[in-house]
Design a protein around this ligand. Structure first.
Ligand SMILES: Cc1cc2nc3c(=O)[nH]c(=O)nc-3n(C[C@H](O)[C@H](O)[C@H](O)COP(=O)(O)O)c2cc1C
Length: 347
């Protein structure tokens, strides 16, 4: 088992991924109580100038609410939570946010956009376990060399800053040399796909877009609705909006007066996580309602409470497992069943 104890024995092998603007404490707490790891980007917690850090308020609330839940439900404890640090030179809050996460002993850390040894050392100083998200094997090796404990393979079709590689290729290349915790991200919207991720060699699924269409998500109703109505062909892969390639909902681009099939290109020098005076990430006004989502949203048909989404994923996951057992080569050919891996290995 390549997972650390904190990620073993979850109700489902799922980490709900951090979503910029969307993952607020309501969603994170609902995800953890439903039995999957909940997470949020530290940058989502913003205070006005001169106010105490909102991140501290959030960490306190999440920790206390999950503790209370665990005391009341010792047989069905909440899953642990994770905080995402955007490790990018334009993130001026990084050091302060890392310090607060150490103070609150955040159990799981997710780093994206940059792998830095100091951040891994800080996480380890409070007993944290860190996964770093990568879009190819090269960045995966770099992150592990710098001290990350595990990896999130962000494959083609993922919401937000997605990779361009097939999950089959990415996971198998990483698994050639890495036997630690490996999560697969990208277009997972159904329990069957969680099982597929494990069959490929990943330990867990990392799911983002499906959680946008939940009651607890901090997204406007039009965004949630669009997720329930759109499918893979409604997603476009573009670097225009942040300088790095990501997947976006075409109808939201059309609503902003642009043609999603003829977008200009940009480059990484345009990327910025600076916040403007209203606490928003700096970007042109007309891009405000351009919404990110991955290709897996065809499986999301309605806005539901988070607990209900997790129930659906669980039902589908176990149904897929039963289907594989009932229809696999073992079932079709009882002779083959005797040739289990262990027997084959023993000769
Ligand atoms: C709207 C949106 C915002 C995101 N914000 C972040 C973020 O702040 N930090 C991060 O590491 N990943 C972010 N992601 C990427 C997700 O964490 C994850 O890799 C992705 O959602 C998984 O693919 P899926 O959406 O197809 O499930 C974002 C994704 C979306 C759709």
């Amino acid at each position: 088992m390549s997972l650390p104890p904190i990620l073993q024995n979850l109700r489902l092998p799922v980490m709900a991924s951090p979503l910029f603007i969307i993952s607020y404490p309501e969603l994170v707490i609902a995800q953890c109580k439903a039995g999957v790891v909940g997470s949020f980007p530290a940058l989502n917690a913003r205070e006005k100038d001169g106010e105490p850090p909102m991140l501290e308020t959030w960490l306190k609330r999440i920790t206390e609410e999950l503790d209370r839940h665990n005391q009341a439900n010792p047989d069905a404890p909440a899953a642990p939570f994770a905080v995402n640090q955007i490790v990018h030179k334009s993130n001026a809050r990084l050091d302060r946010d890392v310090e607060l996460c150490v103070k609150y002993k955040v159990p799981l850390w997710i780093t994206s956009l940059g792998a830095r040894t100091e951040v891994y050392d800080a996480a380890h100083s409070c007993g944290g376990f860190v996964v770093h998200d990568v879009i190819n094997n090269h960045f995966a090796r770099k992150a592990i060399d710098k001290g990350a404990d595990g990896l999130v393979a962000v494959a083609a079709g993922a919401g937000g800053h997605a990779g361009a590689q097939s999950p089959l290729a990415l996971v198998s290349e990483i698994r050639e040399w890495f036997d630690g915790a490996l999560l697969l991200s990208g277009a997972i919207g159904k329990g069957d796909s969680i099982l597929a991720a494990q069959a490929m060699g990943a330990d867990m699924a990392y799911i983002g877009s499906a959680f946008i269409a939940t009651e607890e998500a901090n997204a406007v109703p039009g965004y949630k609705q669009m997720i329930t109505e759109a499918g893979a062909s409604d997603i476009v892969y573009s670097n225009l909006f942040t300088g790095v390639h990501g997947n976006y909902l075409k109808p939201s681009i059309r609503n902003a007066g642009m043609d999603p099939d003829n977008l200009e290109t940009s480059d990484p020098s345009k990327m910025s996580f600076k916040l403007d005076e209203s606490g928003e990430r700096e970007k042109p006004k007309k891009w405000k309602e351009i919404w990110g989502a991955g290709q897996g949203i065809g499986m999301v048909k309605e806005v539901v409470p988070t607990a209900e989404l997790v129930n659906r994923l669980e039902r589908e996951y176990f149904a897929a497992r039963a289907r594989m057992d009932a229809t696999g080569p073992k079932a079709a050919n009882p002779g083959y069943a005797r040739l289990s891996t262990a027997e084959a290995a023993a000769g």
